[in-house]
Design a protein around this ligand. Structure first.
Ligand code: UZR
Ligand code: MG
Length: 256
C-alpha cells in the first residue's frame, strides 16, 4: 500500500541523520479568551502525560506561553501601556515572526531560548529567558495562537478552551489586581475598551480552527483525559510511525 511505501521511505530518512534521530515534537496549540483556563489546561495535560509515562523518564512535555512573544514597545506605546491605554489583545502587540521562527526551530528538533515576559513592567525581561530543549510534546498557549495563519499551520493538534465571558471576567479581575499590579478601575476599563472587543474580533473567530473545543476549561476532566489519551497513543508509536502520523494527520490510524 501507499502507506507501507511511505514508511520505507521515511525509515531511510532516519538512518541518514548522522547518528542522532532528529525528533519532531508533537506541537499542540491552545487558544481561548483571557482567563479561560489555558495555562491550567496545559498544566493538567503535562501532569497527566508525565504520570502515564513514568517508565520512560526521558519523555518530556513542555509548555510555552504566547506572552513571551509580545513585542518591545516604543517609548510612546510604553507610556500608553502604563495608563492602561495600550491594546495588548490586538494581534499587532505580538511579534508573530519571532514566534513563527521559534516554532520552526522547535519542529526541527533544535533547542531554543524563550524570553520571559513581565506583566508589571509590560516588557520582556532583559536578562531572563529559559531554554527549551527538544521534547516529545510542546504546548503553545495564548489568546491569539490560531490567529496568524503560518503559525496556525504548524500545530499538530489545536485546542480551544471555551469558557463563558462572565466566568473569565470574574477570574481576570482578581488576577490582574493581585498578580499583575493593577487597580480595579484600570482593569475594568481595559476590559471594556480592549480585552472584550479584541476577543470578539480576533480570538473568538479562531475557534473554528480548533480540532477540539473544551467547554468549561480546566474543570472538564473528561475532555482533558481524552486529549491525553490521544497524545499518549501517538507517543507510543515508533519514530518512523510518528513521522507518518504527523504527515497524514493523526486522524488516520491506518498506519501498518
Ligand atoms: P491570558 N496583558 C496585560 O495585562 N499586560 C501586558 O503587559 C501584556 C498582556 C494581558 C492582555 C491579555 N491584556 O488580555 C492577557 N490586557 O494578558 C492575555 N489588557 O493573557 O491569556 O493569560 O489572560
Ligand atoms: Mg495566561
Amino acid at each position: 500500500s501507499i502507506h507501507t511505501f511511505k514508511m520505507a521511505e521515511k525509515s531511510a530518512d532516519y538512518s541518514t541523520t548522522n547518528g542522532f534521530e532528529s525528533k519532531t515534537p508533537f506541537l499542540i496549540g491552545v487558544a481561548g479568551g483571557t482567563a479561560s483556563g489555558k495555562s491550567t489546561v496545559c498544566q493538567r495535560i503535562m501532569e497527566k502525560l508525565g504520570q502515564q509515562h513514568k517508565e520512560q523518564t526521558e519523555r518530556r512535555v513542555v509548555c510555552i506561553s504566547q506572552d513571551s512573544f509580545y513585542r518591545t514597545l516604543t517609548p510612546s506605546e510604553r507610556l500608553r501601556a502604563e495608563r492602561g491605554q495600550f491594546n495588548f489583545d490586538h494581534p499587532d502587540a505580538f511579534d508573530d515572526k519571532k514566534l513563527l521562527a521559534i516554532l520552526k526551530d522547535i519542529l526541527a528538533g533544535k533547542k531554543v531560548e524563550v524570553p520571559e515576559y513581565d506583566y508589571i513592567t509590560n516588557s520582556i525581561s532583559p536578562h531572563r529567558s529559559h531554554t527549551i530543549y527538544p521534547a516529545d510534546v510542546v504546548l503553545i498557549e495564548g489568546i491569539l495562537v490560531f490567529y496568524f495563519p503560518e503559525v496556525r499551520e504548524l500545530f499538530h493538534m489545536k485546542l480551544f478552551v471555551d469558557t463563558d465571558s462572565d466566568t473569565r471576567l470574574a477570574r481576570r479581575v482578581p488576577r490582574d489586581i493581585m498578580e499583575r499590579g493593577r487597580d480595579l478601575e484600570q482593569v475594568l476599563n481595559q476590559y471594556m475598551n480592549f480585552v472584550k472587543p479584541a476577543f470578539e474580533e480576533f480570538c473568538l473567530p479562531t475557534k473554528k480552527f480548533a480540532d477540539v473545543i473544551i467547554p468549561r476549561g480546566a474543570d472538564n476532566l473528561v475532555a482533558i483525559d481524552l486529549i491525553v489519551q490521544h497524545i499518549s497513543d501517538y507517543l507510543k508509536r515508533s519514530p518512523a510511525d510518528k513521522s507518518i502520523a504527523l504527515e497524514l494527520g493523526l486522524s488516520s490510524s491506518s498506519v501498518p
